[in-house]
Design a protein around this ligand. Sequence first.
Ligand code: ZN
Length: 545
Amino acid sequence: MCHHRSVTAFDLLIRGGTVVDGTGAPGTPADVGVVGDRIKAIGDLSAADEKGVAVVIDATDRIVCPGFIDVHGHSDASILVDPAIASHLHQGFTTQLSGNCGDTLAPLAEPGREMVELSLAGTGVEPTWSTFGGYLGVVERLRLGPNHAFLVGHGTIRGAVLGPTSSPANEADLKAMIRHLKEALDAGAIGLSSGLIYPPGIYAGADELERLATVTARRGGLYASHIRNESDDLSAALDEAVATIRAAGPGARLQVSHLKAGSRSTWGRGREAVERLEQARADGLDVAADQYPYTAAATTLEIILPPAMMAMSIEAIVQSLGDPDVRDRIKREIAVGAPGWENAGADPGWAALRIADSRTHRDWAGHTLAELADEFDRDPADVAFGLLIDDRLDTSIVMDCMSEPDVDAIVAAPWIAVCTDAGGRRPGHAHLGSGMPHPRAYGTAPRVLGRYVRDRGILSLESAIAKLTSVPADRIGLRGRGVLRQKAFADLVVFDPATVGDLATELDPHRYPAGIEHVIVNGVQAIADGIETDQRPGRLLRRER
Ligand SMILES: [Zn+2]
């Protein structure tokens, strides 16, 4: 028997920092020793021999905490272009859950091919998969920055069976959708996501969602929902999401995606929304939520169209938008509104809709539709229709639609996770560095730690870190991640609490944050002194329960 390795021989050692473990417990001074991909020791390791330790990090005046976990991301396509997910790594995210809002890249079958190809627009990626397991296999072979897990999208499943139609699903359709869902869950999807303002998810009735949520619950999966209305009908939409998992029965788990009071007429109701979900939690339902810490949202420009308009192929929508009679009819519908429809052209209105990215009008990025309409002396709706035609619906926008007090009320809730609602970006990259995307892609986690903790005192540092670590880890069902303790995976962040903060803004969004110095994924340094290393230690994480 010969043990050359003494108990104090670490592969990586972080000395002299304050450990905030992610549980919400107060920070304590401690060193952290890592062996392989696991945390081996936490405490006073000053006696440890540094000889032979590959990496020693001086964390004096720094916070050492679990790597951040993004429970609501959209890197499904960008991960195929830049598996490092640079914009997430630089924020300290060591795990991301993508596949949100009902929109995924699998299952891929002919009726839904056009929708999947729209999600891949600009990436140059040709899909080689058809099943969800096939897609996960493609991701697993990439050299990942952060760990990555995926939900399967209800909209994509519906599209694979029914295409873009607004028809209700009949029994045979439902059975086919359930087969796709089971395949995805068995392949490792964390659960099912829905996007009930987007086609084709918007056409799903309660029965369809309950049947699919039931299958998800029986396999222990999460049901994450971009609810049907974040505007005038916010309360009813929250109730619908809760009713869906109530109907799904034992084991059903709901994640309300990016909770917000998302139109001017809804301002002042943020706290009420939190309380509505707290009531469901008090009733014993497994309900939680997530939020990105900004007063602007981001989405696609096509949401300005009335729902009935979107139940067609892209070509058919583009054709009809060129018809002056159709345009007039849409303008009248926007002026009048319709029950349950988030009518963004009216509220928050054209002055609050800013172009984030347009393939055909790159220089329009950063301008609102009201500004463009003024410049060209046209109706803002016509400018929007023209853009949708030229971009074949692939136009993204940032929408200034929330109030600061509502955002604060949601930030303050300790059980609501912090999320980015973004896909990976990279400054200077031909595709991922283009346009003016929502700054949340680069700034979310540091913004909470800087603006909401240090500068405004909306929540404690320990609570903010819990909302970035253990709270989302519990929703995803990750074992051994999200809390800094012995034997846990060594996913770690070292940051400077005095300087941490977001630098990305709406008009200058491609900027990494300040103060995030070291990011360690599975025991390996992916960011060292604020710079990306050439290590890509992330893993594909499949559902464990
Ligand atoms: Zn969404």
